[in-house]
Design a protein around this ligand. Structure first.
Ligand code: FES
Ligand code: FES
Length: 215
């Protein structure tokens, strides 16, 4: 390695510093853009442990600090109901609820959720006991291929709670009044959930029915 006469760094020095950073759980910045294959090459012993509940069950995982919540759910907990569409926060297929609020699980790191309560599509209902929103999606044919459906359902359940809580949207006219449970509000609030099959009108019918039941 080339060095100036006053400041000499050897290859061995760099390796010692790098090993210390790994042991502390700090990834070198350049590693953030590397593919998952290189991430799995790190020894698991250096990974931190994160504890949270998923669908009411306590879970404790050793995770690479770069692992998204989506990948932790799918790859480590094998809960594949939550889908990976774009992996870039653009489609909503990965929507889950954390502490009752909907988020894109591809945009958040698993280690950020210590102590949190995560709800996925598997935790909303079961084939024997469907959540009302799941039943409404079936009744109104709110899907075709079904790939976006877990995200659509998780998002719509949390979205109705946002309306009930008075959280305004971009199309709420009066920010001092409670938002209406209207089609325009539902469309705007669900605009982050993309359906490549175009089942939007049926999805809206399902949501409106559940909203009507609640009213
Ligand atoms: Fe997360 Fe598309 S997979 S928004
Ligand atoms: Fe196929 Fe929505 S049902 S993408």
């Amino acid at each position: 390695m080339r060095s100036s006469g006053a400041f000499k760094v050897t290859r061995r020095d760099l390796m010692v510093v790098g090993a210390a950073a790994i042991a502390a759980g700090a990834a070198p910045a350049i590693a953030l853009d590397e593919p998952a294959a290189s991430a799995t090459a790190w020894p698991e012993a250096v990974f931190p442990t994160v504890a949270f509940t998923v669908n009411g069950e306590p879970r404790s995982l050793k995770v690479d600090t770069r692992t998204t919540l989506l990948d932790a759910l799918r790859e480590q907990l094998h809960m594949t109901g939550t889908k990976k569409g774009c992996d870039h926060g653009q489609c909503g297929a990965c929507t889950v609820m954390v502490n009752g609020r909907r988020i894109n699980s591809c945009l958040t790191l698993a280690v950020m959720h210590e102590g949190d309560s995560v709800t996925t599509i598997e935790g909303l209902g079961s084939p024997e006991s469907l959540h009302p929103m799941q039943a409404a999606f079936i009744k109104h044919d709110g899907y075709q291929c079904g790939y976006c459906t877990p995200g659509q359902i998780c998002s719509s359940v949390a979205m109705l709670k946002e309306v009930e809580a008075g959280v305004p949207s971009l199309v709420t006219d009066d920010l001092t009044a409670s938002p209406e449970a209207s089609l325009a509000e539902f469309r705007e609030r669900m605009s982050g959930n993309i359906c490549r099959c175009g089942a939007y009108s049926n999805i809206m019918e399902a949501i409106q029915e559940v909203a009507g039941r609640k009213a």
